[in-house]
Design a protein around this ligand. Sequence first.
Ligand code: ADP
Length: 162
Amino acid sequence: MKIAVYPGTFDPVTLGHLDIIRRGAHIVDKLVIGVTTNPSKEPMFTVAERMTMVKREVAGIPGNIDVVEFDSLLMDFAEAQGAEAILRGLRAVADFEYEFQMAGMNQKLNDNIETVFLMADVSLQPIASKLVKEIARYGGSIDSFVTPAVVEDVRRHLNGSH
Ligand code: ADP
């Protein structure tokens, strides 16, 4: 059974993430989405909120998909999940340097787990959680970047009524 881990902050989960998840779930037997606590990124949503969002959004995606919170070294998490691969999405050149370095260091930590890169649909490639939050904070529409339910989550959060 081929298991891959797709790790991320998902703050919030975007149509870009969901496209990578759809493509990933299609090529492995089981895809484990690892939602990291990542306090260094000062997320807008708590890990519990991000878990709920990701679980809700992947419910309709075909395949064997698990959503698991983690707060450890990625390679330890992947090993504990029985994964043979780490899945990452690549957007533009800007992602490359960071991803290249991380994949290289992870390879040193555990050479049995491969990092595999997927590209989202061309139309979804510019989407980044960070920009979604910025646009929403300034009152712009985020409808083309996230699902309607996530639009609501972000709106509720910004209104302070979550
Ligand atoms: P991280 O905090 O690990 O960067 P993110 O939630 O920002 O987590 O992203 C998780 C993964 O999804 C990363 O590999 C990132 O490059 C990828 N990703 C995010 N948005 C897109 C997109 N629009 N197209 C393709 N990959 C994406």
